[in-house]
Design a protein around this ligand. Structure first.
Ligand SMILES: [Zn+2]
Length: 252
């Protein structure tokens, strides 16, 4: 999303080291907190590069601001809220994943689901923390979180955009009723795909041009077939919501 760029002025502190630059407001974050965050971010950068088989050469710039409400990644600049950084609840691993694996030709459910999934994989292996923005406990709870959303009209509203194309209206503006179910369902589906088709396949999918045909070639099934299997796995018998998939006219 597009956000207005504010000037931090002289009250801005800068931490520079390795391939990272972290700019922060001195009034909102101590130098120790900023340095601790820079060390976590550097570790996250290295680990995502290692997991994804990427050459370690990307330089990242973090802007930590108190006015920031929604975290963003634009190019190689990641903007996060200072209060979230101080509370160790900032989705910095999610945003680093977006920068390193931008998913230029993949549908939104895959791009967001992959960033959420990688954030959980890394934090569960002791690399940094999970922001738990929309899940109760990352990869461990996401399927139960997804099943709860599918029993809720707000989850049913975004389901037509999972495993298909396009993003639900209100994704940026309505975090509580649209983004929350969309991210949780996307995360659960990508976790399912990673387990079924293999981690290297989903990393490769992040880079390909023709997402649907490459998914079919790598995994032997279409997105729609995988989506059905995933829904059967996470929803109790008789509680499937397949009919709602017809509402997404972009789907396919
Ligand atoms: Zn994201």
């Amino acid at each position: 999303m597009m956000t207005r760029r504010a000037t931090l002025g002289t009250s801005c502190g800068v931490i520079q080291g390795g391939r990272l630059t972290v700019r922060y407001e001195r009034s909102a974050l101590s130098a120790e907190e900023a340095r601790a965050f820079a060390a976590l971010a550097a570790q996250g950068l290295r680990e995502i590069e290692r997991l994804a088989g990427l050459t370690a050469r990307t330089r990242l710039r973090f802007e930590l601001r108190s006015a920031t409400r929604i975290s963003t990644a634009r190019g190689r600049t990641i903007e996060l809220s200072t209060s979230r950084v101080a509370a160790r609840s900032a989705p910095y691993l999610h945003e680093i994943a977006h920068v390193l694996l931008p998913c230029r030709h993949a549908p939104p459910w895959f791009s967001e689901g992959l960033a959420c999934y990688l954030e959980s994989v890394l934090s569960e292996s002791g690399c940094g923390y999970d922001s738990h923005l929309f899940t109760q406990d990352g990869n461990r709870s996401v399927d139960a979180d997804a099943a709860r959303w599918l029993a809720d009209p707000r989850g049913k509203n975004v389901l037509p955009f999972i495993g298909t194309r396009g993003a639900p209206p209100g994704l940026v503006a309505d975090r509580q009723n649209v983004a929350a179910p969309f991210y949780v369902l996307s995360h659960s589906f990508v976790k399912f795909l990673a387990a079924q088709a293999g981690f290297p396949s989903i990393i490769r999918l992040a880079r390909v041009r023709n997402f649907s045909s490459v998914l079919r070639r790598f995994s032997g099934k279409t997105s729609a077939a995988w989506r059905s299997l995933w829904l059967q796995r996470i929803t109790p018998a008789g509680a499937l919501h397949q009919s709602s998939s017809n509402r997404n006219t972009l789907g396919g």
